[in-house]
Design a binder for this molecule. Structure first.
Ligand SMILES: *Cc1c(COP(=O)(O)O)cnc(C)c1O
Length: 412
């Protein structure tokens, strides 16, 4: 008699399936190695995979602030913010975040993922409707699923489709949600047009500015400021969310908007209420981070120049090839390669040359659009960009050689 097979014994085979489909993810153990460099397996590599867009994560003033914060507040917050976890440091940070993005009030979370999966169900539920760009970040999608609201997914950037879905929806509470800068393509959402639709159809607009905060807009105030939609021009229909582990160089996230809206989220967001508050030393550190984002404008200027340099020289070598550089003006530059195994091979070729650029594959991006996601940072130098372009030129398939090939083909 055979024992019935248990699903618990199937994991090795299921992992093997991932391997087979080139979908198995592996972690590397890393150490900082100065600037944009990381030490990986004993080797120093030049990294283009960090979202530390301003190069602040290792800033001496942030490190000093973290140490001072630990001494002043201890390490852990000890409890939910609604019990005893709302430290004076967290309170001060919230006020400074609200002032920084020029919105009435902000609520500080320990992580961006937890923010979005929590705030969407706090805003809408059964009988309501969510309208979501097809390329939105996973945590917005998961938040929408948790909410049990009806989900209308519209094609990336297709505002005509969004308008039609809004017009047809019988729901009274409508929530439009969008990444402000799309995390895998680097393009910026048409926020003024999204906002106009929200006005027209009485919807609330939730913007996830994980990749715009600190980088876009005057003083890095983010995507709303980039479009002149903050401060006096701010709309009460916008709920602005951003993360603090990317350009801000630390960890965490926040949501900002009208006072009553933020108060509602404080009352109803389960991932906020039933979780330990972010460590006050991080809030304390983030206050310094905000000051640096504002004062060290050269970081944004340098990043802007690096983006232009990369696009210009990559544009030249990609001409007439199958690879495509996405249409992005931000620090996220997608080099579309297509098949998973090819993207993996290019990533490996770069690794052999001491460069680390992650290949992003389905299901993170649509099938057939495996790509290299090149993330630039103010920590990079011009020479770093040139090295990357040179290495990519060497790895390009079927390029017409610009000089005589080393092994000339026999003439038939
Ligand atoms: C990184 C990211 C998040 C998650 O933020 P964490 O603080 O890392 O949890 C949310 N949304 C977008 C668009 C992101 O890129």
């Amino acid at each position: 008699m055979t024992t019935p097979s248990s699903w618990i014994d199937e994991f090795p085979a299921r992992i093997a399936e991932l391997d087979h489909a080139h979908l198995r993810r592996r972690r590397r153990v890393v150490l900082p190695d100065g600037g944009a460099r990381l030490r990986v397996d004993g080797q120093s590599v030049l990294a283009f995979c960090s979202n530390d867009y301003l190069g602040l994560a290792g800033h001496p003033e942030l490190i000093a602030a973290a140490c001072a914060g630990a001494r002043e507040f201890g390490v852990g917050s000890g409890a939910s913010p609604l019990v005893s976890g709302h430290s004076a440091a967290n309170e001060a940070l919230e006020q400074e975040l609200a002032a920084f993005v020029q919105m009435p009030r902000a609520l500080y979370f320990y992580a961006g993922y937890a923010t979005n999966i929590g705030i969407v169900p706090a805003l809408v539920g059964e009988g309501d409707a969510v309208f979501s760009d097809a390329l939105n970040h996973a945590c917005l999608i998961d938040g929408a699923r948790l909410s049990r609201a009806h989900i209308h997914r519209y094609a990336h950037g297709d505002l005509a489709a969004l308008a039609a879905a809004l017009a047809q929806s019988p729901a009274r509470r409508k929530l439009v949600m969008s990444d402000a800068v799309f995390s895998m393509d680097g393009d910026i959402a048409d926020i003024p047009a999204l906002l106009a639709l929200c006005e027209r159809f009485d919807a609330l607009l939730l913007l996830d500015d994980a990749h715009g905060f600190g980088v876009l807009g005057p003083q890095g105030r983010g995507s709303l400021a980039h479009f002149g939609l903050s401060g006096a021009s701010a709309s009460r229909r916008v709920l602005y969310m951003a993360t603090l582990g990317k350009a801000a160089g630390v960890a965490g996230a926040f949501v900002a908007g009208e006072d009553a809206l933020v108060e509602w989220l404080l009352q109803k967001t389960r991932s906020y209420i039933f979780a330990t508050a972010a460590p006050p030393l991080l809030a304390h550190t983030l206050r310094t981070s905000l000051r640096l984002i504002e004062s060290e404008a050269w970081r944004r200027d340098h990043l802007t120049r690096l983006i232009a340099r990369l696009r210009e020289s990559l544009g030249l070598i990609l001409r007439g090839t199958a690879w495509q550089l996405g249409d992005s003006r931000t620090a996220i530059q997608a080099l579309l390669i297509g098949p998973n195994d090819q993207a993996m091979a290019v990533m490996e070729g770069l690794r052999e040359r001491g460069l680390w650029v992650p290949a992003i594959r389905p299901p993170t991006v649509p099938q057939g659009t495996a790509r290299l996601r090149i993330a630039l940072s103010a920590a990079h130098s011009d020479a770093d960009i040139d090295r990357l372009v040179q290495a990519l030129a060497e790895l390009l398939p079927n390029t017409r050689p610009t000089s005589a090939p080393r092994h000339p083909e026999p003439v038939i």
